[in-house]
Design a protein around this ligand. Structure first.
Ligand code: ZN
Ligand code: ZN
Length: 424
């Protein structure tokens, strides 16, 4: 069949565009089997079916089109937009990842000179920006799984490439989370394998700095991962509890306020050990962290996260207190001041959180009482009748929050009771 020309569509191809808009994957699958359908056909604006599906945020449809050989780097759009750009604009991180995995180029620019990451940032899709900026293709890692030059064996055993790639692709840089990923993978729980992994990370870091279009951000990330993997090695070798011991160290809060000192010092040390002292990124990070007393903001973790993922401010999302995953919504049922992914994360944190939980509860209750009083006063000025009811219910609410036994009566289903077994 002839190479696709803009707007030159068969009747079935026109149907395909409509079916994609409607999101009917089954029908799209049937149409893609027809003889007169080219998966990379172009509509009048030079958009492919994949671009449409990406822009509309339809993940299943994108997957189907890629399976049928859709060209992820087709660049015939009238303004030079690629499927990755449309994915970034849609704000869907799963589709953005899918395009990257399918080999989408990240440095292509549109007709006004913007990359996909820049376009996504322009429309406020920061999660997609993060996904694009943190992308490191599997093939770049696979390079180390083949012997180079005179090497008898490769630097990275091929079986480790998958697990290591998973670690590299994380956008959650919380060391606890990275240690959890290592712990879950038996292939990584091996000292010899881990040593190979962190040495490869060091090599990738060096390459990121020395390559022509230097990528300091990725270099810093690789260096940081190398540091965490080295720490894992040390604990597997020397600590009886192995990685559980490391997780405990990273989570342990200091007595005065529960601030995780060890974690803060560890991340600061990782940053300080970045081997390229001239790096602008390193200097910026050191300037942000150096004057800060341990326990104050910004934490080394937030500086690192901002430098690597570009995420600024953690206001609009809820992060797990233990592992830093986004979207955590289970609150400690007693203090309601910390939040977790699930009971497992809460259980890991309880040994140290239990020391400050009561204190946090008191703080919160004081704040709430204050807020209630303020509201009472405000309402008094407006309408006395409505006030009585409001304060009444407020009092009932505060009273109920004190004891965990009363929680089932609460409307909020997302509370998480502390693990009773771990209370000693
Ligand atoms: Zn968690
Ligand atoms: Zn608590």
């Amino acid at each position: 069949m002839a190479a696709p020309k803009k707007g030159d569509l068969t009747a079935t191809e026109k149907d395909l565009f409509q079916v994609i808009a409607a999101g009917n994957v089954q029908e799209a699958s049937r149409l893609l089997g027809c003889k007169d359908v080219r998966v990379n056909c172009l509509d009048e604006y030079g958009m492919t079916p994949l671009m449409h599906a990406a822009y509309k945020g339809k993940a299943d449809m994108c997957k189907l089109l890629l399976q049928h050989g859709a060209d992820v780097n087709c660049n015939e759009h009238e303004h030079g937009y690629t499927a990755l750009m449309f994915a970034g604009l849609s704000g869907k991180t799963d589709i953005t990842s899918m395009m990257l995995d399918a080999g989408a180029e990240t440095d292509v620019v549109n007709s006004v000179g913007r990359t996909a990451a820049q376009m996504a940032a322009f429309v406020g899709q920061h999660d997609c920006v993060t996904v694009i900026n943190n992308f490191f293709s599997r093939s770049k890692l696979d390079y180390y799984t083949k012997p180079q030059g005179l090497e008898k064996e490769p630097k990275l055993p091929p079986k480790l490439a998958g697990p290591l790639h998973k670690v590299i692709m994380t956008t959650n840089l919380n060391p606890v989370k990275i240690v959890m990923v290592v712990k879950e993978n038996p292939l990584l729980m091996d000292i010899e394998g881990l040593e190979k992994c962190y040495r490869v990370m060091d090599l990738v870091c060096e390459k990121c700095i020395k390559q022509q279009d230097m990528n300091e951000v990725l270099a810093m990330k690789m260096h940081y991962i190398s540091c965490v993997l080295q720490k894992c090695c040390t604990f597997i070798k020397e600590c009886e509890d192995k990685l559980d011991g490391l997780i405990k160290c990273l989570l342990k809060g200091r007595d005065s306020d529960g601030f995780p000192q060890y974690q803060e010092k560890f991340i600061r040390e990782c940053i300080r050990k970045f081997p390229y002292c001239d790096s602008t990124l390193l200097q910026q990070m050191v300037r942000s962290i150096a004057p800060v007393e341990i326990g104050n903001d910004p934490t080394a973790f937030s500086v690192l996260t901002q430098a690597i993922t570009g995420q600024v401010g953690f206001m609009d999302a809820e992060f797990c207190t233990t592992c830093g995953e986004k979207g955590a919504e289970k609150r400690c049922s007693i203090c309601k001041m910390v939040i977790y992914c699930d009971q497992a994360c809460q259980k890991l944190h309880w040994f140290t959180h239990k020391k400050v939980c009561k204190k946090l509860q008191e703080q919160r209750e004081k704040q709430e009482a204050k807020a209630a009083k303020k509201m009472e006063k405000q309402n008094e000025a407006e309408n006395t009748e409505a006030v009585e009811e409001a304060t009444g219910s407020m009092e009932r609410l505060t009273a109920a929050e004190g004891s965990p036994s009363e929680f089932p009566a609460q409307p909020d289903p997302a509370v998480c009771d502390p693990p009773l077994a771990a209370q000693d």
